[in-house]
Design a protein around this ligand. Structure first.
Ligand code: PMP
Length: 352
């Protein structure tokens, strides 16, 4: 017999990318950067180990101060969490419930679905246009909490700041959450708008541009009001969720931020190469602003190609979902890894 409450029995299961590790495996399926953390991170993490008998700072004072300084805001405008996934959860819990739905694009980051299912939050799914872009006018004056990944995943398309501002301005009674997980790869951040709009919440992560996916560190920016609201929920639910080592890792990473920003430039160059290369291979490729591209192969179905690539040790992501099942999401690794992808595709299509 199951003791699980009936309302939880049909919770959807997240289908993560395959986490196979090891020699010869090229992981282009989870949007991790191919570069390790900067040297200062190892030392900072090691230094925390001898203090592990003590609880971590629940207010995350140092990492919040470091983020505030890096981004030119006050610590009262910053919150942190155990990955941006946890921050998303806290934000959903803070601003939506059974009777307060969330509006979001029909094709977007799949975890939004899971969190909202767990919290019984109804979704208003707004279809992307036929070309996979977001129609900003569909969100104006909608009168509901809005969640938009910018750039969106898995398309990699981003809205401009004017469009974000129109959405935020026209929904003053509701929180507009902009998930900027991929912002460091070329799109514009809406951070500057948080000074003017109390209802704007920006969610970010150390997982993509700062090589700390396994440390779990997400952060958010917003008005003092919105941040205080989230802090209230965070305090009640999981006050110590950002452990000592992770807080120290984040502070150390920000001290060496040039390293990460240079890596982002490398990834952008590899993305441009990959886009050209895949187009030459006959794929349709969206112009992505993330550390991934969304591409439709020709001459073979996406699911079949994913399997063929996996047999050659290259992992990519396929979503078996209406409108996008002909596409693969391919994370951008090093130039060498993307060249290996090129060679594998040549082999698979018998062109090599
Ligand atoms: N938002 C988006 C749009 C993502 O793609 C991801 C990662 N897959 C996340 C948030 C979560 O990142 P993390 O929890 O590692 O910070």
């Amino acid at each position: 017999m199951s003791f699980l409450l009936k309302k939880h029995q049909n919770l959807p299961a997240y289908a993560p990318g395959d986490h196979a590790e090891g020699a010869g495996v090229i992981r282009l399926n989870t949007n991790e950067p191919p570069y390790p953390p900067s040297p200062g991170v190892a030392a900072a993490v090691a230094a925390e180990i001898s203090a592990l008998q003590y609880y971590n700072d629940p207010d995350c004072t140092q990492i919040r101060a470091a983020l505030a300084q890096r981004y030119g805001v006050s610590p009262a405008n910053v919150t942190v969490a155990n990955g941006s996934d946890e921050l998303l959860y806290f934000a959903f819990m803070s601003f939506a419930d059974e009777t307060h739905p969330i509006a979001l694009p029909d094709i977007t980051y799949s975890y939004y679905d899971l969190f909202t299912a767990a919290l019984n939050i109804p979704l208003v799914r707004i279809p992307l246009r036929g070309d996979f872009t977001i129609d900003p006018s569909a969100y104006c004056k909608i009168g509901k909490m809005i969640v938009i990944a910018n750039p969106n995943a898995p398309t990699g398309y981003a809205l401009g700041l004017d469009q974000i501002e129109d959405i935020v301005k026209s929904n003053p009674e509701n929180v507009v959450l902009i998930d900027e997980a991929y912002v460091d790869f070329g799109s514009k951040s809406a951070l500057g708008l948080t000074e003017r709009y109390e209802n704007l919440l920006i969610v970010r992560t150390f997982s993509k541009s700062r090589s700390l996916a396994g440390a779990r560190l997400g952060f958010g920016f917003g008005s003092e009001r919105v941040i205080a609201d989230i802090e209230r929920v965070r305090n009640a639910v999981n006050l110590y969720s950002v452990n000592r080592m992770t807080q120290a890792a984040g502070v150390a990473a920000l001290k060496e931020d040039d390293y990460y920003m240079e890596n982002c430039q490398r990834i952008i160059r590899a993305r441009e190469y990959t886009t050209r290369m895949l187009r030459q291979q006959g794929f349709e490729v969206l112009d992505s602003l993330g550390n991934f591209v969304f591409a439709k192969p020709s001459g073979m179905g996406a699911a079949a190609l994913k399997e063929q690539l996996a047999q050659r040790g290259i992992l990519v992501r396929h979503f078996n979902q209406p409108r996008i099942r002909d596409y693969l999401r391919i994370s951008i690794g090093t130039m060498e890894q993307m060249q290996a992808l090129d060679a594998a595709i040549e082999m698979i299509f018998g062109r090599a």
